[in-house]
Design a protein around this ligand. Sequence first.
Ligand SMILES: Nc1ncnc2c1ncn2[C@@H]1O[C@H](COP(=O)(O)OP(=O)(O)OP(=O)(O)O)[C@@H](O)[C@H]1O
Length: 252
Amino acid sequence: MKINAVCFSYPHSKHNIIDHLSYHIKPNIVTAIVGPNGSGKTTLLRMLARELIPTSGNIQLNQREISNFSNKEYAQKVAIVHQHNPIYEDISVIDLVRFGRTPYGSALNTATDDSILPILEYLELVPLKQRSMLSLSGGQQQRVWLAMALAQQPEYLLLDEPTTYLDLHFQASLMKLIARLNTDFNITVIMIVHDLNQALHYSQRTVVINHGKIIASGDPTRVLTQETLQNVFQIDADVVRTERGEFILQMP
Ligand SMILES: Nc1ncnc2c1ncn2[C@@H]1O[C@H](COP(=O)(O)OP(=O)(O)OP(=O)(O)O)[C@@H](O)[C@H]1O
């Protein structure tokens, strides 16, 4: 995916929320997007999902402008899981995941169970499959939304702060699972994270955004330096080397 000099502003914003941003998202790896609150991360992700249209510049997927894909075609290529996913009407887990098959023309056909069962197993959702969404905890619901996105069989999976509602056990297991998605399903992952250690350990590329511009990008150990953390997040943090790798420690 190529982002070419993209700008974006909301109708009443006084300046560009995304400001002449260019970046080539490498396929088949995990890319983490980090940055302070309000720096434009979600806005950028929503443009990649075609939920927002750039004010200028363009985005290409497989050398084709994303605006030229039909909705169905694009849904087969790109899936997004938002941070907040409101449920307006109650629905069972399995029916919600089946909606992920809509781009293949078989949303509520039980024949699609063959394609979604492995996904439910992968996300440890089989025991919950007949439960109603409204009866699940926030973390369990989040895994169901992820299952629905995987049912789309996308090439690109966009995740907005995927571990927000998860306890420490599921944060770690979801991160490990995300890291495996490209090997197990050949999926390119682009995820927004606030926990810089998640970016450090689970992404191959990290992009630091501030005021709608890329401040640094590349190998996370090169990008997430004490100096960048100070400049961008205004935090006093140390990058500590241990036998189990590098960790970012924020000073109290
Ligand atoms: N629908 C909207 N209308 C007007 N302004 C918006 C809208 N959504 C976001 N903004 C503004 O655009 C800027 C970037 O918001 P965005 O949600 O992209 O940031 P973010 O980096 O994802 O933030 P966070 O880390 O807090 O989730 C913010 O100043 C925000 O107030």
